[in-house]
Design a protein around this ligand. Structure first.
Ligand code: AMP
Ligand code: ZN
Length: 114
């Protein structure tokens, strides 16, 4: 989608530090990491937010969870534990309008968040 930051990262028009890629999703390091490991996992299909998920496109979410576990092992945070977060909408803290999941780990993460 034109004018979408993450679509431009998928198209490699904007550089990113990629840690995993397959035909359906891309994972790259967050530019402003909030934990020792902070990776964003995004579908290659432009989906604006979790509100746009439906029975026809939601398979990607299961795929992203499987990829997240793979990256957690790759990054050495699987045993210590990690958090997989989706921010949706203004109150949820979503700032980029392309569905993404934050994979955070490498330190003890507080709860409740923000
Ligand atoms: P959210 O606030 O949930 O929408 O998350 C958007 C995330 O994208 C933030 O954590 C930003 O630090 C991150 N971000 C923004 N621009 C870039 C970029 N060019 N490369 C990597 N991460 C980015
Ligand atoms: Zn997009």
């Amino acid at each position: 989608m034109a004018d979408c930051l993450f679509c431009k990262i998928i198209a490699k028009e904007i550089p990113s530090n990629i840690v995993y890629e397959d035909e359906r999703c891309l994972a790259f390091r967050d530019i402003e990491p909030q934990a020792p490991v902070h990776v964003l996992i995004i579908p290659k299909e432009h989906i604006a937010s979790a509100l746009q998920l439906n029975e026809g496109n939601a398979d990607i979410v299961a795929h992203i969870f499987i990829v997240a576990a793979h990256i957690a092992r790759q990054e050495g945070i699987a045993d210590g534990g990690f958090r997989l977060v989706n921010n949706c909408g203004v109150d949820g803290g979503q700032t980029v309008g392309h569905l993404h999941f934050h994979l955070l780990g490498g330190r003890n993460l507080g709860w409740p968040p923000g």
